[in-house]
Write a protein that binds this ligand. Structure first.
Ligand code: HEC
Ligand code: HEC
Length: 383
């Protein structure tokens, strides 16, 4: 009895102790911008299926196994919230017109509907913008279509310094952040003091981009109700389940296009760059081969996650397809025998009837996560 009473006493002391980190030292008043509203980025409750190895295609790692969060930059709520401000801040481009969000728009799955995006002076980007959905779950941790950025921390500083995109230097970037009066408080919350540096900008932005994960689509609702991705989902129509089968099964068996051989697991991306037969040669764009200079990488590109794919037109590294149907027709009819064409396309082009194509299309539409696309924690803090 006595012991329990003592424990209760101790617990009360400890709990009260926890409350003493309320700001009591009246001296340094922390200015709140009103936009640090306590969003939860750090402690996300992923559904169980994110921890399960892939069953479609030829298998593959689970989504959580693909997590590229580095040990020295875990997501914190204040870090990602600072990153959100940086992501939407047009003052961080040379003429104050462009933010990351200008080319990575929430309504288009954090990509751009334009074939090529416009930079701060109206110049065009070299490739089509990429969706940022699930950048966290790309195991090689390399970014851009050609995987030239070694990590997300490296990647997020590159658009600022790109002469077409944002036209800044790291010095002008730091100065543009320091000029705005709401940033010191956000840096202090995220990093303990208000010092602005390009390293801190990179860490905060990488945390925000990594927080853009999707697991609230109709696909997820169905997946949560069954033991494996290849079992029919109770919440799907017959046609959606047929489309799922065609996506998941290899082309060696019936009802199979083998999409999941490359678009693996719950994020429907891969662990290696690949070639999907858009062109017979790589004269226009060497892709990953330009980075490694290896013959086997020529014309290979990052395999993007297909989450939110139905809102992401246009498609592919050069934005050549304007609808999902055109993408599906490519896989059905026009796959080119590129020397690095990936499995299973190099063995067996998918044989797709019109009904199969319709089914694949409605299946891909189940991957749209409306909750995520409209979640205020991913939206602009400036509106
Ligand atoms: C002017 C348009 C534009 C702006 C501004 C822009 N991006 Fe991008 N982004 C692109 C394009 C185009 C690509 C693909 C380029 C390539 O692969 O060569 C891309 C690719 C990316 C990728 C790679 C995704 C992946 O899966 O590999 C990330 C991450 C990214 N951008 C984040 C950002 C961040 C953070 C900012 C702001 C600091 C930003 N972008 C600003 C157009 C833009
Ligand atoms: C051999 C591997 C492979 C197979 C099989 C494959 N894909 Fe892809 N997929 C890729 C690669 C690589 C890209 C990016 C290509 C590029 O832009 O150069 C891609 C891109 C896409 C895109 C565009 C993504 C975007 O962000 O623009 C869609 C949609 C897509 N694939 C759907 C499918 C469907 C549906 C199937 C099955 C019919 C399929 N893929 C089969 C490798 C593959």
């Amino acid at each position: 009895m006595k012991n329990i009473a003592f424990r209760l006493f101790l617990a009360t002391v400890l709990l009260t102790g926890c409350n003493t980190d309320n700001p009591t030292s009246g001296g340094d008043t922390v200015q709140d911008t009103g936009s640090s509203t306590g969003f939860n980025y750090a402690d996300v409750d992923f559904p169980d299926h994110f921890g399960v190895a892939a069953t479609g295609g030829m298998g593959g790692p689970s989504a959580l196994d693909m997590d590229n969060t580095p040990e020295d930059n875990p997501i914190t709520n204040d870090g990602a919230n600072l990153g959100r401000h940086l992501f939407y801040d047009t003052n961080l481009s040379a003429n104050g017109t462009i933010a990351c969000a200008s080319c990575h728009k929430a309504e288009f799955g954090f990509s751009d509907d334009k074939v090529l995006s416009e930079g701060f002076e109206g110049g065009e980007t070299g490739r089509h913008s990429m969706s940022l959905t699930n950048a966290r779950f790309y195991a090689p941790g390399m970014f851009f279509w050609d995987q030239r950025a070694e990590s997300l921390e490296d990647q997020v500083l590159m658009p600022f310094q790109d002469p077409v995109e944002m036209g800044m230097t790291l010095d002008t970037l730091v100065a543009a952040v320091e000029e705005q009066d709401f940033y010191p408080a956000l840096f202090e919350k995220a990093f303990g003091d208000s010092e602005v540096s390009s390293d801190r900008i990179s860490r905060a932005l990488a945390q925000f981009v990594r927080s853009l994960v999707s697991f609230g689509s109709r696909y997820d609702d169905g997946r949560a109700q069954v033991s494996s991705a290849i079992v029919d989902f109770p919440n799907f129509t017959e046609q959606e389940n047929l489309g799922k089968q065609i996506f998941m099964n290899t082309p060696m068996g019936p009802n199979g296009a083998g999409c999941a051989v490359c678009h693996q697991g719950e994020t429907m991306s891969a662990v290696e760059a690949n070639n999907n037969g858009l062109d017979a040669n790589s004269d226009d764009d060497l892709g990953y081969g330009e980075v490694t200079e290896l013959a086997g990488d020529m014309g290979t590109f990052k395999v993007p996650s297909l989450r939110n794919i139905a809102v992401r037109a246009t498609f592919m590294h050069d934005g050549r397809f304007t609808s999902l149907r055109e993408v599906i027709d490519h896989y059905g009819d026009t796959v080119q025998a590129h020397p690095n064409l990936g499995m299973p396309l190099n063995m067996h082009a998918p044989d797709l009837s019109e009904a199969d194509r319709d089914a694949l299309e409605v299946f891909l539409e189940t991957l749209t996560d409306h909750d995520m696309l409209t979640d205020p924690k991913f939206a602009s803090p400036f509106e």
